[in-house]
Design a binder for this molecule. Structure first.
Ligand SMILES: [Zn+2]
Length: 301
């Protein structure tokens, strides 16, 4: 499987990197993973705000065109967070607006030193931040060590970051945006084309199968029950994962995701005080089982 673009073109001279002692390589990769986790937190926080802005702009535009019936108050122009993107403005406390300095942004350590509170207003900083950074750091290091050569490690790490972002974002907000699932599909098909994990035909078959199987399930559910039972982003997510693992293992992924989902619903009924029948996001279960199956296919676990 080593006959791919990266090895044949030899774009990067990696000998300098490989000459480093293993322990130093691992430390650098770990720090890199922790910082990626920090960025993943930013994406999880900001993507919903960006969508909210786009929705408000859209509604304002529609209202103007229709000759201006009143704009619902919650979509008023004042509410719009000005010019928010993934890189701007720099991170600030959600409560008092204090702009974080570089030393407030060191993965995990800042959270510990600040005792989970804002430096200025002492409002609580969610434990989500250090937890995501830690998972990202450990997962990145794991992928680096577990895969055979740098090309595989690189793409396994990208897959891991994307699925981690999707898992947390979907669990928190029930949003599964195309901005995340499309890069996943592109990455999966690219890896297939380059024979990095599986061959191109298996990747394309997995991609198509992953999409249509969930699309059909969603279609039938709506036909029978009369309302949406599955998030519209789920087929894209599964097709992206399918492109990494092929048809057979995509079936295993659906199976494990369903078991995880059922297990979660049962636990929630047992351990939550109130009876909750609300919808749950299926994306996290697809992502987690998809990544575990991906590791299994590659004989990593
Ligand atoms: Zn503050």
């Amino acid at each position: 499987m080593n006959n791919n673009l990266f090895n044949s073109l030899n774009i990067l001279d990696l000998s300098v990197w490989y000459d480093l002692p293993l322990s130093l390589q691992y430390i650098v990769v770990l720090i890199f993973g922790l910082c990626a986790g920090s960025f993943i937190n930013v994406v999880i926080y900001r993507l919903p705000l960006i969508f909210e802005n786009e929705l408000k702009e859209y509604i304002e535009e529609q209202t103007k065109q229709e000759g201006g019936p009143c704009i619902p108050q919650e979509f008023g122009i004042k509410d719009k967070k000005q010019n928010i993107s993934l890189s701007k403005p720099s991170s600030a406390c959600g409560n008092c607006g204090y702009m974080l300095r570089w030393y407030d942004n060191i993965p995990i350590l800042s959270w510990i030193f600040l005792k989970a509170k804002c430096r200025i207003c002492h409002s609580k900083i969610s434990i989500q931040y250090p937890v995501v950074e830690l998972i990202s750091g450990i997962g990145t290091l794991f992928c680096y060590i577990a895969f055979n050569y740098i090309g595989q490690s690189f793409f396994a790490i990208l897959l891991f970051w994307l699925l981690l972002t999707i898992t947390i974002l979907d669990a928190k907000t029930q949003l599964l945006p195309n901005e995340l699932s499309q890069p996943l599909i592109f990455l999966g098909l690219f890896c297939g084309w380059q024979n990095i994990f599986i061959d191109a035909n298996t990747a394309i078959a997995g991609f198509l199968f992953g999409f249509f199987i969930l699309w059909i399930v969603a279609f039938l559910f709506k036909l029978i029950r009369g309302y949406e039972g599955l998030g519209s982003g789920d087929p894209y997510l599964l097709s992206g994962i399918g492109a990494f693992i092929g048809i057979d293992y995509t079936l295993y992924t659906i199976f494990f995701a369903s078991i995880l989902g059922i297990f979660f619903v049962i636990c929630r009924k047992i351990f939550m005080s109130k009876d909750i029948y609300g919808a749950i996001a299926f994306g996290p279960f697809i992502s987690i089982s998809g990544f575990l199956v991906f590791l299994y296919v590659n004989h990593v676990i």
